[in-house]
Design a protein around this ligand. Structure first.
Ligand SMILES: NC(=O)C1=CN([C@@H]2O[C@H](COP(=O)(O)OP(=O)(O)OC[C@H]3O[C@@H](n4cnc5c(N)ncnc54)[C@H](O)[C@@H]3O)[C@@H](O)[C@H]2O)[C@@H](O)CC1
Ligand SMILES: Nc1ncnc2c1ncn2[C@@H]1O[C@H](COP(=O)(O)OP(=O)(O)O)[C@@H](O)[C@H]1O
Ligand SMILES: [K+]
Length: 497
C-alpha cells in the first residue's frame, strides 16, 4: 500500500529527528543527486560534462536542490543555478558555488538560455511549504519554464525535489502554473498530491527517498496494491456454500438500457459470489440467455446494486430493495439513475451505502444538495469533492475516472489509478458496479453486524477499483465485456501477488 501523508504530518515526523541533529537535508539532497545520476545514465549520458540546471527557491526545498547540484558539480557535471528568491538558503548556495556551480543571470533571457543548455533540471523552487496558486515572481518563472519544457526539441529530464512546484501537495489540486516532472524524489513518504489526481499526472515517476522518517498514523491518501487486495478477498474454504460466500442482488438495466444488466451481472459473476440475483423483469430474458446461472426475482441478499442502466425517471422501483437493505443494514451500491434518489429523498445514509458517480454526476449531486459545484470543480480537486460528498450524504463515494478517488465520511481517501486509458468506454462503469456489489456481498454479513462501515466499504471499493483497473489493462481498444472477461484473472493475479 502506498501511504501518503500531509505536509503537517511530515513536519511532525521530522521534528524529533531534527532535534537529534539528524542531517535530513543531506539525506534528501543525496537522494536527489542519486536519482539525477541514474536518469542521466539510463539515457546513455555520463555525469561528467552533463549540463544541469538547479532551480532554487527560497525554502528548504531550494536548499535540497542546491546541495544536489553541488554533489553533481563535484562529479564533473556543469551546473548552473537559477536563484528564484532573494532568501535562498545561504549555506547551501555557498556550498554549491564552492563546488563549481555558476549563478545564471536572473533575467528572462538568461534563464531561458540556461534552461536550453541543460538536459536535466532540478526543481527546488517550492516544496511542501507552498500552497498554490503560486504568487509572483515564482508564478511567472514556473510558467516560463513549463512552456520551455513543452516546446524544447529535446525534452529535459525534470527531477522534482519532494514535489513538482505548484501542485496542491495536500489535496492533489491543480490551480495555477506547475512544473511537470519526469521523476519526483519525495522525502520520507509520498504526499497526497503525488498519488491523487489531477496533480499525480504531473509528477512523473514517484520515488520515495528513505530519509529516516517514521509514520505511524493513518495516511491521508492511500493506493492499494495487489497484495492489499488479496488480504481483503474472501477465498472460499471447505465449509463454504453459496450463501456463506455472499449473494448479491442487482436492480439494474431497463427497457431503455438492457445491456447494463448484462454488464453488471457479468461484473458481479466475475468476482465469484455465491449467487447473483436479478430483480429486473424486463431484461431477465436477455441476461439469462447469456448467464443461465443468474437467479431472477427478489430474495435475500448480502449486498444490493441499484441503478446502472435505470433512467433517473424510473427510480420508483428501486426504493423497495433499497429500503430493505437499509433496514437490514446490508451494503448497497447506488449507481447512475439511482443517484437521483440521494438528491432528494435518501439524504442521510450510512457509509455502507456506496455511491459510484463520475465527475458530472458528482457535481450534479453536490449541486442538488446545495453546493454550487461544477464538473470542472470536481475534476480540479477530486479529493475535496469526494470528502465533501461523503460528509454531506454519510455514504461512501467512488468518483470514477482515470483514477478512481474513494472516500467515506472518515478514514483515508483511496486513489486507484487506471492501468490503461482504453478503459474509458461506455459500460465500464456498469461492470464496476456489479463487481463492487459482489465484493461487498462477501463482506455483507460482517458489515451488517457492525452496523456501520468503519472505513471498510471504502477499502472494499478501492479493492474493486484495483481489480477493475487490472481487468481493463490493455495495450489497445477494449469493450466493457472485455473487462468482465478480465476480472477472474485480475483476482487470481492479486492472490498470487
Ligand atoms: N524541514 C526539514 O527539515 C526538511 C525539509 N526538507 C525539504 O524542505 C522542504 C520544505 O521546506 P520549506 O518549509 O522551507 O518550504 P519550501 O521549500 O516549500 O518553500 C517555501 C518558500 O516558498 C515561498 N512561498 C510560499 N507560498 C508561496 C506561493 N503560493 N507562491 C510563491 N511562493 C511561495 C515562501 O516564501 C518560502 O520562501 C521540503 O519540501 C523538502 O524538500 C528536506 O530537506 C528534509 C528535511
Ligand atoms: N481517462 C480514463 N482512463 C481510464 N479509465 C477511465 C477514464 N475515464 C473514465 N474511466 C473509467 O471508465 C468507467 C466509466 O464509467 P461510467 O462513466 O459510469 O460509464 P458507463 O455508465 O457507461 O459505464 C469507470 O470505471 C471509470 O473509472
Ligand atoms: K519542488
Amino acid at each position: 500500500m502506498l501511504r501518503a501523508y500531509r505536509s503537517s504530518e511530515v513536519r511532525e515526523a521530522e521534528k524529533p529527528l531534527l532535534e537529534q541533529g539528524v542531517p535530513l537535508m543531506e539525506r534528501a539532497s543525496f537522494a536527489v543527486a542519486t536519482a539525477a545520476v541514474r536518469e542521466l545514465r539510463s539515457r546513455g549520458h555520463l555525469v561528467t560534462g552533463s549540463q544541469v540546471l538547479v532551480l532554487a527557491g527560497g525554502g528548504n526545498n531550494g536548499a535540497d536542490a542546491l546541495y544536489a547540484g553541488a554533489y553533481l558539480a563535484a562529479r564533473g557535471a556543469s551546473v548552473e543555478i537559477v536563484r528564484a528568491s532573494d532568501s535562498v538558503h545561504a549555506e547551501a548556495l555557498a556550498t554549491a558555488k564552492e563546488s563549481g556551480c555558476a549563478l545564471v543571470d536572473s533575467g528572462k533571457d538568461g534563464i531561458l538560455k540556461a534552461a536550453r543548455r541543460a538536459g536535466l533540471w532540478i526543481d527546488g523552487l517550492a516544496g511542501i511549504g507552498v500552497r498554490p496558486p503560486l504568487t509572483e515572481p515564482l508564478s511567472s518563472l514556473v510558467t516560463l519554464l513549463e512552456e520551455e519544457r513543452i516546446a524544447a526539441p529535446d525534452e529535459p529530464i525534470v527531477i522534482a525535489v519532494d514535489c513538482p512546484t505548484g501542485i496542491g501537495v495536500d489535496d492533489g489540486a491543480l490551480v495555477g502554473p506547475v512544473l511537470t516532472a519526469t521523476v519526483t524524489v519525495t522525502m520520507g513518504a509520498p504526499k497526497p498530491g503525488l498519488i491523487a489526481p489531477p496533480a499525480s499526472r504531473v509528477c512523473g515517476r514517484v520515488e520515495v527517498a528513505d530519509i529516516g522518517l517514521w509514520f505511524t498514523g493513518e495516511p491521508a491518501v492511500a493506493t492499494l496494491s495487489g497484495s492489499d487486495v488479496a488480504d481483503l478477498l474472501r477465498v472460499p474454504g471447505p465449509t463454504d456454500h453459496k450463501y456463506t460466500r455472499g449473494v448479491v442482488l442487482l436492480g439494474t438495466g431497463s427497457d431503455s438500457f438492457p445491456g447494463a444488466a448484462v454488464l453488471t451481472v457479468g461484473g458481479a459473476l466475475g468476482a465469484g459470489p455465491g449467487m447473483v440475483r436479478l430483480d429486473s423483469p424486463e431484461v431477465a430474458g436477455l441476461v439469462l440467455r447469456r448467464y443461465p446461472e443468474v437467479v431472477t426475482g427478489l430474495g435475500r441478499a448480502q449486498a444490493v446494486v441499484l441503478g446502472s442502466g435505470v433512467p433517473a425517471t424510473e427510480t420508483e422501483r428501486l426504493k423497495a430493495p433499497l429500503d430493505r437493505a437499509l433496514e437490514e443494514k446490508y451494503p448497497v451500491v447506488l449507481d447512475a439513475g439511482a443517484l437521483e434518489l440521494v438528491k432528494t429523498e435518501y439524504t442521510d445514509l450510512p457509509s455502507t451505502v456506496v455511491l459510484t458517480p463520475h465527475a458530472g454526476e458528482l457535481a450534479e449531486l453536490l449541486s442538488a444538495r446545495g453546493e454550487g459545484i461544477t464538473r470542472q470543480d470536481v475534476e480540479a480537486a477530486p479529493i475535496r469533492a469526494v470528502r465533501l460528498a461523503a460528509t454531506i450524504t454519510g455514504a461512501t463515494i467512488v468518483l470514477k475516472g482515470a483514477s478512481d478517488v474513494i472516500a467515506g465520511p472518515d478514514g483515508p481517501v483511496y486513489s486507484q489509478p487506471a492501468r490503461s486509458h482504453w478503459r474509458a468506454v461506455a459500460g465500464a462503469g456498469d461492470v464496476y458496479a456489479g463487481l463492487l456489489g459482489a465484493l461487498l456481498a462477501s463482506a455483507g454479513e460482517d458489515l451488517a453486524r457492525s452496523g456501520r462501515g468503519y472505513g471498510k466499504p471504502a477499502l472494499i471499493a478501492a479493492a474493486a477499483s484495483w481489480i477493475h483497473a487490472e481487468a481493463a489493462h490493455s495495450d489497445g481498444p477494449i469493450r466493457a465485456m472485455d473487462i468482465v472477461d478480465g476480472i477472474p484473472a485480475a483476482i487470481a493475479s492479486a492472490l498470487h501477488d
